[in-house]
Every structure is written in structure tokens, then in C-alpha cells.
Design a protein around this ligand. Structure first.
Ligand code: ATP
Ligand code: LTN
Length: 327
């Protein structure tokens, strides 16, 4: 039996190279080794206001991108969260087993609620319980994510353990899996914050669907420092981030990269990086365009995906309800 992998991505904003390098490309790379489920988490998306038409467009766009980067619907299941009702139902039950104090520690909520001033929804606060439901419904072994989600996976384990200790072995405990390099790609305009879909500034992120000239402009304008040497030095976050992106797109090792840029300037690095990223994203962009000629096909892959996972989700939910004394 292959181990089960589950991960999720929100259909909000534009998918960027941080999502790709930190998460999506690892999902693709491990497809043969594991039994994979990838979920487009539209219920999570509405924790922040969304326009209905746009949410639908983005949901299909993310699906198209997942298939375009190489998720093979024959090997992995991709589905839309709101199409499997068990997610919302288990989230409610888990709410009732999650102490407020545990939720109050979540750093993502603290970050995200800052931007929202007085408009923060209860859903945003409760986001991690829904994420725990996503993971626990499928007897998940591994959750491959970027570093920002580690805390949520650890909370999921705590909630699962708490439930298990009250009702006996019910949930499998999942483990977060993060890449050694690229788990936290930083913003191009501000390398002290993570590259994020919700940052809307023009030069913040390279999006997977950016035209080549936009990619070039964004990389050429990336914030660096006033030093000269091109080295992997964590204390110089701007240049470090660009080098990590270069490293991940080219697959070259650090010593070779440093040797290649010895005596050269930041402009040389940026120019070469821009071409590497343009080339790296080219094939994916063509596949995406191709796939999007037939949106009905994408929708049908998603419907099939939901049908495939629904029985597992319903079995786990039924066991939980039975233990709790519901229904
Ligand atoms: P937002 O910032 O609006 O919450 P996001 O950019 O974090 O969105 P998600 O859909 O929440 O995107 O994340 C999808 C996956 O990408 C998650 O596994 C997440 O950990 C990973 N990820 C997101 N940003 C980065 C980043 N800057 N570096 C590496 N991985 C990332
Ligand atoms: N919170 C995650 C998206 C997400 C997820 C999940 C990731 C929702 N449910 C389950 C892994 C497993 C995010 O913002 N990236």
C-alpha cells in the first residue's frame, strides 16, 4: 500500500513561483511514489471576501495550472473542496474539540487579520480547523507544504491526538513535509516577507502565467542590497532569494553557481535569472493554454476527482459521527 499524500491550494490571486517551488513541483515529483490527493480549497478562499464569478474562474485556473505543471489525473486526484460536503461537516465537529487557545497561537491568522482591519471573519480565525478536516478525512500520512503551513499541520496533529485520546484510535496522524530548499520563497520587492498571492503590488511575485516581459521586468527590479559579491548568504535576503530561485530552476549546485557569477554584478545575475525563469515557465504556460481550450474537460476531471475521494471522506466522517454520538 502506498502512503497517502494530501495537500491543498487556495484558488485566490495568482499562483506564483513560491507556490510552485515550495509546493506544487514536489507534488508532481512524488506522484509515482505516493497515493496523492490535491484539493483546491475554495471554502478556505472565502475566509477572505471573494467575488463569486472570480472565485469560479480562479478555481478552474488553479486546476488548469496543476495539470499544466504535471499533475497527472491518472496518478493523482485533484478535486474542489466544496464538492465534498464532508469537509465542512468534519470541520464543525473538530471545532468542538479545539481549544480557543490553540487557535489563538496561529501566526497566519495574526498576519492575515492585520490586513483586514475590522472586517476579519470568524471563518478566517477558524481556517485551521477546516484544514485539519481536509487532512484527517483521508487518513493522510504526509502533507507537503511550504513552511508557512507547518504550524497548521502541527495543529492538525494536536486536534487528531486529542480526539483519539477521547474516543480511541480514529484519525491517522499526518506529518508535514517541507523541501530543504525553497520552502519559503521571499517577495521580490521585499525579501523580508514571504512571496504571497495576497500581496498585490506589481513587483512582488513572478506569477506562473506572467508573460516573459513581465517576468524580466519584475526580476530586474527585485530588491537587493548595495554589496557586490554574489554568494548564498542568508544575511543578504534579496540576493539569497534570487540565488535560491536560480538554483531551483537550473538544478545546479551552489558552488557552481557562485563560481559562475564570480566577478560579475547583480545585473548579470538578474538578466540570467530572468531568462532561466522565462524558459522554465514556458512549457507550463503552453500546456496551460492548450488545456484551457477545453474548460469542460477540466471541469469533468474535477468532478471525477471528487467522486473518487468522496467514499473515503464519507467513511471517515461516518466513523467520527458514530463515535461522537451524532446522526
Ligand atoms: P496567500 O499568501 O494568499 O495565503 P499563498 O501564496 O500562501 O497564498 P496558498 O494557496 O495558501 O498560497 O499556498 C499553496 C502552497 O504554496 C502551500 O503549500 C504553501 O505553503 C506554499 N507556499 C505559499 N507561499 C510560498 C512561498 N513564498 N514559498 C514557498 N512555498 C509557498
Ligand atoms: N492552508 C493551506 C491550503 C490548505 C491545505 C489544506 C494544505 C488547505 N487545506 C490541507 C495542506 C493540506 C494554504 O494556505 N496553503
Amino acid at each position: 500500500m502506498k502512503k497517502r499524500v494530501f495537500s491543498g491550494i487556495q484558488p485566490t490571486g495568482n499562483i506564483h513561483i513560491g507556490n510552485y517551488l515550495g509546493a506544487m513541483r514536489h507534488w508532481v515529483a512524488s506522484q509515482d511514489k505516493f497515493d496523492n490527493i490535491f484539493c483546491i480549497v475554495d471554502l478556505h478562499a472565502i475566509t477572505i471576501p471573494q467575488e463569486a464569478g472570480n472565485l469560479r474562474v480562479k478555481t478552474r485556473e488553479v486546476a488548469g495550472l496543476l495539470f499544466a505543471v504535471g499533475i497527472d489525473p491518472g496518478k493523482s486526484t485533484v478535486f474542489v473542496q466544496s464538492q465534498v460536503e464532508a469537509h465542512a461537516e468534519l470541520a464543525w465537529i473538530l471545532n468542538c474539540f479545539t481549544p480557543m487557545g490553540w487557535m489563538q497561537r496561529m501566526t497566519q491568522f495574526k498576519e492575515k487579520s492585520k490586513d483586514q482591519k475590522g472586517q476579519v471573519s470568524v471563518g478566517l480565525f477558524d481556517y485551521p480547523a477546516l484544514m485539519a478536516a481536509d487532512i484527517l478525512l483521508y487518513d493522510t500520512d504526509y502533507v507537503p507544504v511550504g513552511e508557512d503551513q507547518k504550524q497548521h499541520v502541527e495543529l492538525t496533529r494536536d486536534i487528531a491526538q486529542r480526539f483519539n485520546s477521547i474516543y480511541g484510535e480514529t484519525f491517522r496522524l499526518p506529518e508535514p513535509v517541507m523541501p530543504d530548499i525553497g520552502a519559503r520563497i521571499m517577495g521580490l520587492d521585499d525579501p523580508t516577507i514571504k512571496m504571497s498571492k495576497s500581496e498585490e503590488r506589481q513587483g512582488h511575485a513572478v506569477n506562473l502565467l506572467d508573460p516573459p516581459d513581465d517576468i524580466r521586468t519584475k526580476i530586474m527590479r527585485a530588491t537587493t542590497d548595495s554589496l557586490r559579491e554574489i554568494r548564498f548568504d542568508l544575511k543578504r535576503p534579496g540576493i539569497y532569494n534570487l540565488l535560491v530561485i536560480y538554483e531551483l530552476f537550473t538544478g545546479r549546485n551552489r558552488a557552481d553557481i557562485e563560481a559562475r557569477f564570480e566577478g560579475k554584478g547583480y545585473v548579470d545575475l538578474k538578466r540570467e535569472l530572468a531568462e532561466v525563469v522565462v524558459e522554465g515557465l514556458g512549457p507550463l504556460q503552453s500546456r496551460y493554454k492548450e488545456l484551457m481550450r477545453d474548460p469542460a474537460h477540466i471541469d469533468s476531471l474535477l468532478t471525477d476527482g471528487a467522486a473518487r475521494v468522496r467514499p473515503t471522506a464519507e467513511r471517515v466522517l461516518a466513523a467520527v459521527k458514530d463515535k461522537v454520538g451524532l446522526g
